[in-house]
Design a protein around this ligand. Structure first.
Ligand code: ADP
Ligand code: ZN
Ligand code: ZN
Length: 723
C-alpha cells in the first residue's frame, strides 16, 4: 500500500503530495497524521490518499515511520475543502490544513485527544499460544487491570493489541477531561415571535442560501435561534458565526441558556487548552451547536443542517493575512457539500451579497421593522463648518452637547463613536509643516496622551512626543485629527462626575478586555461609552438613547472602492445602538460634507436607494461586484530587489493583458500606498478583469508569479484594504 502525504511545512517547495510506503503492520487511513522521514528529519504530514500502485519509483520511496493519532483528524469534507481552497484561492495545501486544526495539536509534543483505556472483555477467550504477543497482553491485563492503550501499545506493539480489540478480547474505552470555559448563564425569557420574525422563520426552510436583511433591532438573533432549534430537532447540527467583537457575554449566555451543553464556543478569548477542548467536543460530536468568530467556519462539525453568518457585511470575516480567505466563500462550499441551509444576516448587507440576492443567487428575506415597533432613531446631520463659522471650535457641536446634557440629567446612557484610537492622529509643526513619521513604516505617528508617546499603528513602535520641531526648532506643534482619548478627555472636562469609558484596540488588548468594559458600562447610569467601530457591533443596551458620531467623514475619504459602502454601514450600525427598547433614540452625526449622498441615504435608512446609487457607480467605473480586482503585493527589505521583481512580474502580466485587451480592464504597477511597513518596502501590481473571463485571467496571472523570488508575495482578490 502507498500513501500520498502532504508535509506540514509552510514552504512553497514542499507544497505537493509526496508518496510513502505504508508498512505492513500499520493501518493508515486518509485524513490521518503521520511522521515521515524527509531528508534527515522526521516531519509531520497528512495522509490525503491511498493506493495499491505507486506513481513514483518504488525503490526510492521511504516508509511512513508512525502515526500521530490513530484516527483521521481531517474529515473527508475538510479534505475536499483543502483542495477547493488551494485551487480557488491559490493557497498552499499545508496552510489550508493548518486552519482546520487547533494550534495546540501541531506543537512538537503529541497531545492526547482522548485518553484511551483497554481492559479484558467479560467473557474473553485466551489467545492461542502461537499469538505470543497477544497472549502476553492478555496475561498482563489479567494481572494489572485497566491500562492506557498507548502504554500497552508501546510495550507489546500496536498490531497485536488492535488484533485483540478487533476480535473482542479487549475492550477500548475513551475518556476525556475537558476544561469548560467559564460563563455565567442567565436564563432568558423566550420571546413569542413577531409576525415578521415568524415569516422569516417559515421562509427559511430549504437547503439553499438566504440573505436576511433585517433592520437593527428587528430581532434577528431570535430568528437564528428558532432556525437552529428546528435543525437540532431534526437530528442535525448548526454553525453560527458572529464577528469576534459581538461575542459578548450577553450573546454567549443567551446561546448557552437556550442550547445548554450542546454549545461549543470558539473565540479568541479562550486559552489554547480551552480551544483544543472545544474542538474535541465538536470533533467527537458532543457539541451540536458551534458559536464562534471567523475561524469557527473550519470546525470539524458533521451532519450540518444550517450555517448562519450574522453581520455578514463585517470586514472581520475576511482574513487579511496569509492564508487569505473570505468566510462567506468557505460557508458556501460547506453549504453545498452538506446540502444544508446558509443564512447571511445583516442590517446593512454587503453590496456583493445584496447583488447576489437581486440576481436570484440568494433568496432575500426582509425584516423592515424593529420588534418593539419603535421607529428607527432619528439621525440629525450637523454641518461642522457652520459650527466653526458660528464660533464653536470644540470637537462637539452645540446640538450634541445639548443632547449629552439631557442624557446626563435623565441618568441614561450615550455612545460616542470616533473611528480613531489614540489622542490625535498626528503631530504637525505649524511653522514648517513637519509631521512625525515612523522610521520603519511609511505612516504618520499617532499621539497617545495617556503615555505621552507617539505610536506607530502598523508596527507598534513608540517614540517620544514632540515638544520642539526636529526640523525647524519651533515649539508651535499642532495636534491633527482627534482620536478616542481626546474625546474622553473633553467629556471629562464637561461632565466631571459622569463615568466615561473608552473601548478601542488599546483598552481591549487583554483577554476578555472588551467584555469587561461592556459589563462595566452596563451599570453606569448616567454613563458614556466612547469607542471605535468596536462599539458599533450588535450590542444591546436598553438605556442608550443617544449616539454621537464625532467625525463621520473619517471612513469616507479612503482610497478604496468600498469606503462609501463602509461609511453607510458604520452609520447605520452605530445608529442602531440607540433606542432599542421603549424610548426612541437620537443620533447626532457631525460632518464637513453634509451634502454627500451617503448621508442622505443613511439618515433615511434607505438601504435600497443607497444600493442602487452605489451599484450604478460601480457598473460604470467597473468595480466589484461588476468586475474583479486582483492585487499582487511584493515586499522585501531591499527596495531594489522588490522593485525589480515586481516589475519583472508586471512585464509577464502585460503580455496577458495584450492578448485579452477587452476583458483585462486595467493594469498598473506602483509603490503601495504604504510604501514601507516594518522596514519592508512594498510594491504592487493592480489589475481589474471583466467577470466573463475573470477566472481564466486570474489563473494566468497567478502563474506569472516567480515562486523562487526573494520578495514575499501576497495575492489578493477584491481586497478590502488597499493600503
Ligand atoms: P438585531 O440583531 O436584529 O439588531 P436583536 O436580535 O438584538 O436584534 O433583538 C433586539 C432586541 O429585541 C433584543 O433585546 C431581543 O431580546 C428583543 N426581541 C427579539 N425578539 C423579540 C420578540 N419576539 N418579542 C420581544 N422582544 C424581542
Ligand atoms: Zn517645524
Ligand atoms: Zn512602524
Amino acid at each position: 500500500m502507498f500513501a500520498k502525504v502532504i508535509i506540514d511545512q509552510d514552504a512553497k517547495a514542499l507544497d505537493r503530495e509526496f508518496e510513502y510506503i505504508v508498512p505492513h503492520d500499520l493501518q493508515v487511513s486518509v485524513g490521518e497524521r503521520v511522521l515521515v522521514p524527509f531528508g534527515v528529519r522526521l516531519l509531520q504530514g497528512f495522509v490525503v490518499g491511498l493506493s495499491e500502485k505507486c506513481e513514483y519509483d518504488e525503490k526510492k520511496l521511504k516508509e511512513i515511520s508512525q502515526k500521530i493519532e490513530d484516527f483521521a483528524v481531517i474529515k473527508p469534507e475538510m479534505l475536499q475543502l483543502m483542495f477547493y481552497m488551494a485551487d480557488k484561492l491559490h493557497l498552499k495545501l499545508a496552510s489550508c490544513l493548518r486552519l482546520f486544526l487547533p494550534a495546540e495539536m501541531r506543537t512538537d509534543k503529541v497531545k492526547e485527544l482522548v485518553v484511551r483505556y483497554v481492559f479484558l472483555a467479560e467473557n474473553f477467550q485466551m489467545p492461542s499460544n502461537r499469538a505470543k504477543k497477544q497472549l502476553e497482553i492478555v496475561q498482563f491485563l489479567q494481572k494489572n487491570g485497566r491500562q492506557k492503550f498507548s502504554d500497552i501499545s508501546a510495550q507489546f506493539g500496536y498490531a497485536p493489541l488492535s488484533a485483540l480489540v478487533k476480535n473482542g478480547t479487549v475492550v477500548v474505552e475513551n475518556e476525556q477531561i475537558n476544561r469548560n470555559p467559564e460563563i455565567d448563564v442567565v436564563q432568558n425569557a423566550q420571546h413569542k415571535l413577531t409576525a415578521l420574525q415568524q415569516r422569516a422563520v417559515d421562509t427559511i426552510c430549504e437547503n439553499k442560501t438566504y440573505l436576511l436583511h433585517g433592520v437593527t433591532g428587528s430581532g434577528k438573533t431570535e430568528v437564528y435561534m428558532h432556525l437552529i432549534e428546528r435543525q437540532l430537532a431534526a437530528g442535525k447540527t448548526a454553525l453560527m458565526l458572529v464577528p469576534e467583537i459581538s461575542l459578548t457575554p450577553q450573546v454567549v449566555s443567551n446561546f448557552k441558556a437556550r442550547f445548554g451543553g450542546q454549545v461549543a464556543l470558539i473565540h479568541s478569548g479562550l486559552s489554547a487548552g480551552e480551544r483544543f477542548d472545544e474542538w474535541k467536543r465538536i470533533f467527537f460530536g458532543q457539541a451540536r451547536v458551534v458559536v464562534g468568530a471567523r475561524s469557527a467556519i473550519f470546525s470539524p462539525i458533521e451532519n450540518l443542517g444550517i450555517i448562519i453568518i450574522d453581520e455578514e457585511h463585517d470586514q472581520s470575516y475576511v482574513s487579511e493575512s496569509n492564508p487569505r480567505y473570505d468566510t462567506r466563500d468557505i460557508a458556501q462550499f460547506r453549504q453545498k457539500y452538506n446540502n444544508c441551509t446558509l443564512v447571511l444576516g445583516s442590517a446593512t448587507p454587503s453590496i456583493e451579497s445584496y447583488a447576489k440576492a437581486i440576481d436570484g443567487e440568494f433568496t432575500l428575506v426582509e425584516m423592515p421593522e424593529r420588534v418593539n415597533g419603535m421607529d428607527m432613531p432619528k439621525i440629525q446631520i450637523i454641518d461642522m463648518l457652520m459650527e466653526l463659522r458660528h464660533g464653536n471650535n470644540n470637537i462637539f457641536s452645540l446640538p450634541l452637547i445639548f443632547e449629552l446634557k439631557d442624557i446626563v440629567e435623565k441618568k441614561k446612557q450615550a455612545m460616542i463613536f470616533i473611528n480613531r484610537r489614540g489622542f490625535s492622529s498626528f503631530q504637525r509643526c505649524r511653522q514648517c509643516g513637519y509631521v512625525a513619521k515612523c522610521s520603519d513604516c511609511d505612516v504618520s505617528l499617532v499621539y497617545h496622551r495617556f503615555e505621552n508617546r507617539l505610536k506607530c499603528h502598523y508596527c507598534g513602535k513608540r517614540y517620544h512626543a514632540l515638544d520642539v520641531c526636529p526640523s525647524c526648532g519651533s515649539r508651535d506643534i499642532k495636534q491633527g485629527a482627534i482620536g478616542t482619548e481626546r474625546v474622553v478627555e473633553e467629556l471629562h472636562k464637561m461632565f466631571p462626575d459622569v463615568p466615561v469609558l473608552r473601548m478601542d484596540n488599546d483598552t481591549t488588548s487583554q483577554k476578555n478586555g472588551h467584555r469587561k468594559i461592556l459589563n462595566e458600562f452596563r451599570n453606569c447610569k448616567p454613563g458614556i461609552l466612547v469607542g471605535t467601530q468596536m462599539i458599533a457591533k450588535g450590542h444591546d443596551f436598553e438605556d442608550v438613547l443617544l449616539v454621537g458620531i464625532v467625525d463621520a467623514d473619517q471612513s469616507l475619504y479612503q482610497a478604496d472602492f468600498r469606503s462609501i459602502e463602509r461609511t453607510f454601514q458604520l452609520i447605520t450600525q452605530v445608529a442602531g445602538r440607540a433606542g432599542r427598547s421603549g424610548t426612541q433614540g437620537k443620533v447626532i452625526l457631525q460632518t464637513y460634507s453634509p451634502r454627500h449622498y451617503v448621508y442622505r441615504f443613511a439618515t433615511n435608512y434607505d438601504y435600497k436607494g443607497f444600493f442602487k446609487k452605489e451599484t450604478n457607480l460601480r457598473k460604470v467605473t467597473k468595480f466589484p461586484p461588476y468586475a474583479r480586482i486582483v492585487r499582487i503585493l511584493f515586499s522585501h527589505e531591499n527596495e531594489k530587489t522588490v522593485a525589480d521583481e515586481c516589475k519583472a512580474c508586471y512585464n509577464k502580466i502585460k503580455q496577458i493583458k495584450d492578448a485579452s485587451p477587452e476583458e483585462f480592464v486595467y493594469l498598473d504597477v506602483m509603490k503601495a500606498p504604504l510604501n514601507k511597513i516594518k522596514n519592508k518596502f512594498r510594491y504592487q501590481i493592480m489589475m481589474r478583469f471583466a467577470l466573463s473571463k475573470a477566472d481564466q485571467l486570474e489563473k494566468q496571472v497567478f502563474d506569472c508569479i516567480d515562486q523562487k523570488c526573494k520578495s514575499s508575495v501576497f495575492f489578493e482578490i477584491n481586497p478590502n484594504n488597499l493600503s
